[in-house]
Design a protein around this ligand. Sequence first.
Ligand SMILES: Cc1cc2nc3c(=O)[nH]c(=O)nc-3n(C[C@H](O)[C@H](O)[C@H](O)COP(=O)(O)OP(=O)(O)OC[C@H]3O[C@@H](n4cnc5c(N)ncnc54)[C@H](O)[C@@H]3O)c2cc1C
Length: 273
Amino acid sequence: MTDTTLDTDADYDALVVGGGVAGLTAATFLARADLATLVVDGDESILRRNAHLENVPGFPAGVNPRLFADMLREQAERNGAETRTELVEGVTGEAGSFTAAVNDGAAVTAARVVAASWSDLDYLDGLGVEARDAGSKRYAEEHALGRTSVDGVYAAGRIAERYHQAVVAAGHGAEAAITLLHDAEVPFYHDWVVPEGYFTDRGREVPPGCEEITAAERERRAAESRETMRAYFDGEHPDRQRTHPSLVDDDLGRVDDEWYDDGGGGGTVDGDD
Ligand SMILES: Cc1cc2nc3c(=O)[nH]c(=O)nc-3n(C[C@H](O)[C@H](O)[C@H](O)COP(=O)(O)OP(=O)(O)OC[C@H]3O[C@@H](n4cnc5c(N)ncnc54)[C@H](O)[C@@H]3O)c2cc1C
């Protein structure tokens, strides 16, 4: 049994369905607030089809999108989130005790659910989450700051009909997570890391969610950051480029060198986006 922070018998405080940009960002915020957080992800972020990601803040020359996805996942895990590569097939229950059926046959219980599962919302049908149908797409209706029509269920990123941009999905993931923290009455001011004395030298307690660190600890973290980023950017990412699945004869839309040599195309599979 996972050691949960919320007063609940559930395995996890929060289940995040979907580990793309929005879900992994939400998970990072939830785990950093000490919520026992599980991400169940089908490992098919739409971002993997991007050829070079040039508009996410912090990467002046852009970044390989598959590398970026790996980095988001490690960030969530380093902060304490668990991740599983599976699909959620259905969710039942109510706030405090949801049960998710996972396609490996497992049942996971969680006090709260964050849907960040572009482009699948069907697993929430049993809960009656309000949705908007738009052709082949289905979006969760958002009820302010990441909430859905069902108490304890949140929606983040493209599935909540936010703009189809990575940074927007990330921001919305953070927003939905912080809304969840407030709704669950988790003590929280801001998720900030500040230099030693920033609050305490002004006679204030360090607020919940914040951390004061010493100069030595700051240098240790900076060195770890440099080492980690050097390793990430040392060499090419091994995953093949993806494209729209209807363009290549590969369910995952993977493009190989021969495809380029042949001029591309000729596939059989339908897909969105
Ligand atoms: C070709 C292309 C190029 C793009 N280029 C850019 C760009 O240059 N810049 C930019 O800002 N944006 C770009 N985007 C858009 C960007 O990729 C998306 O807006 C962003 O990824 C949305 O994030 P998300 O977390 O909502 O969804 P995703 O990143 O798609 O993540 C959703 C995750 O949920 C999982 N999932 C779905 N259903 C389930 C389920 N039932 N159980 C478990 N997991 C599930 C999926 O497997 C997936 O991993 C591009 C998109 C495409 C298609």
